[in-house]
Structure formats: structure tokens, C-alpha cells
Write a protein that binds this ligand. Structure first.
Ligand code: ADP
Ligand code: MG
Length: 238
């Protein structure tokens, strides 16, 4: 325990919550399958970044996480890699419809970046990823979602429009990510986020990532996550 605490301290990781898994040092420590290890190596990722060292084992254990670390620290792979594992753990993958993993991001640019990062790892497994955000044809997105996908990366407004159009159902969604939660609040997406969360089964795994953690974001996190572990890397303002 002492050693784990010192290891966290040397990495400038702070955690709160009960039964926190210890940080990993390598991607091998995460127990990823060979295909996923190859995809990681292909990206040139040699070892996990600091936030990944602590967030990966927690997310892989199925716990809810509040992850706070500055921009550029590698938060995306902290939720994308365990999402691939989560999806591959589902029986009879192609038989049901609707996404298993749902990722919300504040802007189309960010949604697109997450989409690209996700595809790098999802492709090797034949996992279908769709991106839905404003500025692209709603009808095309409707058709794409109707054809089926395992992961959807979306801005909140567009996702709600498509849910209303019944382009997708959330019946098999069990892995929800709210990325850049602080910016989603700044852009006024709180009602949309609450609506989306309300349409996903409560026994889901929920992850919330942010560069800062203002009180209103903390409050939402406490409402929609279950027994979350909070992981902070470095000095982070509110
Ligand atoms: P954040 O979401 O925290 O702002 P990103 O997830 O966008 O950060 O990652 C920032 C950059 O670091 C991206 O270009 C990404 O490909 C790269 N990256 C992520 N994880 C690793 C890693 N383990 N090793 C090397 N580069 C990485
Ligand atoms: Mg990010």
C-alpha cells in the first residue's frame, strides 16, 4: 500500500473513492488482447501517460470515474481502450441494435477527433463507430445509425435530434462517456446531457472527463455517476 501511495505521489496522481485499483506501469499490465496491443503499438504509444496509468485499471475494473487532467494528457485513450474491451466482452455482438458505447463531446471538432482516435482501435475488431454532430447531413447520419453501430461519438444537441427521430435506441448502451464536461457546461448543454443520461440504463458504466472541475460539474457528476473514483493529475483549477 505504501509503495502504491509513493508511486502515485511520484506521478502526481491524486485519487479519492473506495477500493482504488493500483496504477499500471505498462499497457501489458492492463491485460489487453494481442490485437489491441498491436493497435496501440501501431499508434507509437510506448507506455501509458500518467492519467492512463491510473484511469485504465479503474475503468477496466468497471468502476465509474471522474478524470481530471489538462489538455493533451491522453484522456481519450483512457476511455477508448477500455470501451473496446467492454464491447468485445458482449455476447452476440451483431445481433442487437443501437450503440453500446456512447461518447458526448462539446464541439464537432472534438467529436471528430475522438471519432478518429476510436476508429484506430475499433477497426481491427470490426466494431462500427459513427460520429454525429452538426454541420453534416442529418439524413445521412440517420441512415448510418439505422444501419447499426457499436459506438457513437456525438455532440449532445445532434444526438438528441437523432434520438427523437428514432435513428437509434439506447437499449444496449452500457458505457457512457462525457468528455470535456466543463466545456459542455460552458456551452449550455446541461439539459441535453441530463436528457441523454436519462435515456441510458442506470446500471451503465459512466465516465466523466474534464480539464477543470467547477462546482456545477462536480454536482452533476455526483448525481449521474455511481460510487465514482476521482483521479486528478497535476494542478487543476476549478
Ligand atoms: P486530452 O484528451 O487529455 O487533451 P488526447 O487524448 O487528445 O489528450 O491526447 C493527446 C495526444 O497524445 C494525442 O495526439 C494522442 O494520440 C497522444 N497520446 C495519447 N496517449 C499516448 C501515449 N500513451 N503515448 C504517446 N502518445 C499518446
Ligand atoms: Mg480530450
Amino acid at each position: 500500500e505504501q509503495e502504491v501511495a509513493e508511486n502515485r505521489k511520484s506521478l502526481a496522481i491524486r485519487v479519492s473513492g473506495f477500493d482504488v485499483p493500483r496504477p499500471v506501469k505498462t499497457f501489458e499490465d492492463c491485460g489487453f488482447a494481442p490485437e489491441l496491443m498491436r493497435a496501440i503499438a501501431k499508434q507509437g504509444y510506448e507506455k501509458p501517460t500518467t492519467i492512463q496509468c491510473q484511469a485504465l485499471p479503474i475503468v477496466l475494473s468497471g468502476r465509474d470515474v471522474i478524470g481530471i487532467a489538462k489538455t493533451g494528457s491522453g484522456k481519450t485513450a483512457s476511455f477508448v481502450l477500455p470501451m473496446i474491451v467492454h464491447i468485445m466482452d458482449q455476447p452476440e455482438l451483431q445481433k442487437e441494435e443501437g450503440p453500446i458505447g456512447v461518447i458526448c463531446a462539446p464541439t464537432r471538432e472534438l467529436a471528430h477527433q475522438i471519432f478518429l482516435e476510436t476508429k484506430k482501435f475499433a477497426k481491427a475488431y470490426g466494431i462500427r463507430t459513427s460520429a454525429v454532430y452538426g454541420g453534416m447531413s442529418k439524413l445521412d447520419q440517420f441512415k448510418e445509425l439505422k444501419a447499426g453501430c457499436e459506438i457513437v461519438v456525438a455532440t449532445p444537441g445532434r444526438l438528441i435530434d437523432l434520438l427523437k427521430m428514432k435513428a437509434l435506441t439506447m437499449t444496449r448502451a452500457t458505457y457512457l462517456v462525457l468528455d470535456e464536461a466543463d466545456r459542455m457546461f460552458d456551452l449550455g448543454f446541461e439539459p441535453q446531457i441530463r436528457s441523454i443520461v436519462g435515456q441510458i440504463r442506470p446500471d451503465r458504466q459512466t465516465l466523466l472527463f474534464s480539464a477543470t472541475m467547477p462546482r456545477k460539474v462536480e454536482k452533476l457528476a455526483r448525481e449521474i455517476l455511481s460510487d465514482p473514483i476521482r483521479v486528478t493529475v497535476g494542478e487543476v483549477g476549478t
